[in-house]
Structures are given as C-alpha cells and as structure tokens.
Write a protein that binds this ligand. Structure first.
Ligand SMILES: Cc1cc2nc3c(=O)[nH]c(=O)nc-3n(C[C@H](O)[C@H](O)[C@H](O)COP(=O)(O)OP(=O)(O)OC[C@H]3O[C@@H](n4cnc5c(N)ncnc54)[C@H](O)[C@@H]3O)c2cc1C
Length: 258
C-alpha cells in the first residue's frame, strides 16, 4: 500500500473538495478496517475533513472471461466493462454506458438506470477477500449492504450485446445536465421523484455561490466552477427542509457525503 494525494476539486465528478491523502490498496495488502473505501468519486461529496480514505489501485482493474463467467476487478472503469461487453458480444451490460465510475462504486450503490441495475446481472462479489453469493447480500434501490471492500465481481454471461438497447439508454440520458455534478443528489422517494419535489418547492435553478440546483434537471446539484462543500451542503439542507415542510417527505441523499 502507498499514499496518494488526491485533489477532489479535480478528481470528483462534482469538482468539490481539497487535496486529501488517500491510502492506495494493492493486491497483496490486508484491507484496513478503519478507513472508508472510495471508487472514482462520481457519487461523492467530499468535505475538507473526511474520514480516512482508501482506494483500490490499478491492480484491481481487470476483466477475465472464462467459459460462462466474467470476473471484473472493482477498480475497472465502467467504460472498460462496456467496451469489453460490446467487443465480446455479451448481453446485459448496455445500461452501464453513461454511468461513470468504477465497478466497486457500482455494486456499492447498486447503480442503474430505470429497471436495469447492476445487482440484476451479477452472480457474486468478493468482499474483504471472500466470495459472497448475491442472494446473501441485502440490496435494493441505490443501496447494497456490502459490509466491507468489494475487490472483484463475477457475472454469469450470455451472448447478445444489444446496440438497439444501448442507443435507447444513451438517448434517455440526453436531457441530463452537462455541468459538473455527482448525478442525482437525492434518491427518488417511493412513488415520487426528487426532482419534481425540488422543483415544486421553488428550488430549481436556485444557487449558492457556484453551486446550483440545475435548471436542466432539478435533482442535479451542479458546480459552475469553484463551488465549495459548504455551498453544496447548504443547498442539500435547504431542499430537505423545504420538501419536508411542504410535503412531509424526508429526502435521502443518493450522493455519499464524506
Ligand atoms: C453525470 C452523472 C450521471 C449519473 N447517473 C447515474 C444513474 O443514472 N444511475 C446511477 O445509479 N448512478 C448515476 N450516477 C452516479 C455514479 O455513476 C454511480 O453511483 C457510480 O456507481 C459511482 O461509482 P464510483 O466508482 O465513482 O463510486 P464513488 O462515488 O467513489 O463511491 C460511491 C459509494 O461506493 C462505495 N464504494 C466504492 N468503491 C467500493 C468498493 N470497492 N467496495 C465497497 N464500497 C465501495 C463508496 O464508499 C461510496 O459509498 C451518475 C453520476 C454522474 C456524475
């Protein structure tokens, strides 16, 4: 293991944060218990004083196809998984396009689009060095109780990559803001949409400093450049407070605040 200084104002997709020392894990390392694992920071809002952080090094970026099984290292970028599936004509991975991040982040968040979620297609996850079958893991909409660090994910694969489905899913994302963000800020409450609620309480387009509830999609907290953790937190708190006061609904962050 070794330390690397990561500037979260550059590395994170929302471009908020400061330079932080992050412990980089290598293949042979024992996984520390006193650190929070991060992926590629596409779903993170990192404060200037986060808990001690660790990250999987490139040792965990690989794809291995053997018979009906595909094993993917958790530091593998989602884009690599998609191109591998395309090249090898594998079905079920089309939704991974436009979901920025690592495979580790994807499984921890049970990331997905519409009814397509990573847990639908995976078979087992190696957590803290032990393979655990999917059925033994509690998971749901944008959460999975991994209880440790995922280093590898195994999929049972079938032939048939669908270019048509890929195109449909890419089109679906064309209305998303292009400005820096961490994707959806809040999870959709049961039977409703966080974006609708934020808009209904008059926050769509509202800014604090460089941070703004996007004019394109109200559930995207966007950074126009140089936005701070304090500004982002202010807008998250404001949305939670207004939505609770007007609708009695408690919005829950999808973005992981550290
Ligand atoms: C423009 C944009 C659009 C997006 N659209 C969507 C969308 O449509 N659907 C969707 O689901 N998400 C979406 N996201 C969010 C993001 O793509 C996913 O959450 C992605 O899976 C995050 O991966 P990451 O590697 O960046 O994880 P990070 O953001 O670094 O971490 C996310 C969480 O995963 C945990 N984690 C990371 N790696 C591991 C590991 N190896 N073991 C255990 N836990 C781990 C972290 O502790 C953290 O809690 C979007 C993001 C952006 C910026």
């Amino acid at each position: 293991m070794y330390f690397k200084t990561i500037d979260f104002s550059k590395f994170s997709s929302i471009k908020v944060g400061t330079p932080i020392e992050v412990l980089m894990l290598q293949r042979e390392d024992e996984i520390p218990k006193d650190r929070v694992i991060i992926g590629h920071a596409n779903n993170l809002l990192v404060s200037p004083t986060p808990p001690p952080l660790m990250m999987l090094s490139k040792d965990f970026s690989f794809l291995e196809l053997e018979d009906d099984f595909l094993t993917v290292g958790c530091a593998t970028p989602t884009g690599k998984l998609l191109s591998f599936a395309k090249k090898n004509d594998l079905a079920g991975f089309e939704f991974v396009s436009k979901l920025p991040g690592s495979i580790g982040g994807m499984v921890a968040m049970n990331a997905g689009v519409k009814s397509y979620e990573i847990f639908n297609i995976l078979d087992a996850i190696k957590i803290d060095g032990i393979w655990i079958a999917k059925d033994e893991i509690e998971y749901g909409y944008r959460f999975a109780k991994l209880g440790g660090v995922a280093t590898e994910v195994r999929f049972r694969v079938q032939k048939g990559f669908s270019k048509k489905l890929l195109d449909e899913l890419v089109n679906l994302r064309s209305n998303q803001p292009k400005t820096a963000s961490a994707g959806s800020a809040f999870k959709n409450p049961e039977g409703d949409y966080a974006g609708r609620l934020i808009e209904a309480v008059g926050l769509k387009g509202v800014s604090k400093g460089a941070m703004q509830w996007s004019e394109v999609h109200a559930n995207f907290l966007v950074n126009h450049g140089g936005g701070t953790f304090e500004e982002a937190s202010f807008l998250l708190d404001l949305a939670k407070e207004r939505v609770f006061n007007e609708f009695g609904i408690k919005l829950v962050e999808e973005v992981q605040v550290l």
